[in-house]
Design a binder for this molecule. Sequence first.
Ligand code: PMP
Length: 296
Amino acid sequence: MQYFNSNTVLYLNGDLVKASEAGTDLYSQSLHYGYAVFEGIRAYSTHNGVRVFKARSHFERLKRSCELVHIPFPWDINDLIRQTYKVLELNNLKDAYIRPLVYCGPNMSLSTPAEVNIMICAWEWEAYLGNKQLKVGISSYQRPNPKSMPMEAKVSAHYVNSILATTEAKSKGFDEAILLDMNNHIAEAPGANIFVEKNGKLYTPPAGHILPGITRATVIQLCRRLDIECIERVLTVEDLKNADSAFFCGTAVEIAGIKSVDETVFPLKWQDSIGATLQRTYKCLVLEKQNYEVII
Ligand code: PMP
């Protein structure tokens, strides 16, 4: 995967600079301790032009994540949104993945940073037209105890846990992992939230041990609009395996159907599930096609 070329421009601390000329400090606390905060945002080519989906929610979460781990956030969210659109425009990106990162300056001590930096880069992300259902496995890794780390913050260090779970899942022949929390309840995927369908209702794990995603909030909102009952409650592995259907949701995956968990295959055909309806509706929402469905 090539993230940039010699022409790519990114936003760094107030300036738009060439990605090939931008660098970081080898003594950065972020590099040594994973003490950084980031976001994952999507831009879509819509009939109203290029639109960054839920830009404000993402930058607000970036700020909140910084606050939760005591990294200063001296930036203006409106300005960051403007700079994001500039990055897209200067790189001629339409369907894109946007990665803001707040990282610390040189400091080898375990104290909060005196110097913070922000960068926003983006790369092309083709509209995903496939509709493959995923084979997932329950991970042997748990999500970290929320008393050890604020799990609702999108902190770089948390993603070692995600990398371990993903690597394990792939090595076992699964497409994706599902992590349990410290109480062995269903938590989330390494980079997405999970919803379960049973008897015409949706269930999703409550906030507490997960990153409560912006897509998850969008799905809950869509359920209200579509009159689908959606309940936030603790889910066991048994609840998941006895479900009619299930799906992941997140900025990158959007809404992705799950075919099976370990050896258990869900009985409901994906096209007949609530997830499939939400998948179409979500696509309409991000593409700002409010009044008709798109073929995915
Ligand atoms: N959980 C984790 C661990 C994630 O990394 C992500 C992706 N940011 C999500 C859930 C989904 O969050 P969002 O919908 O805000 O992308």
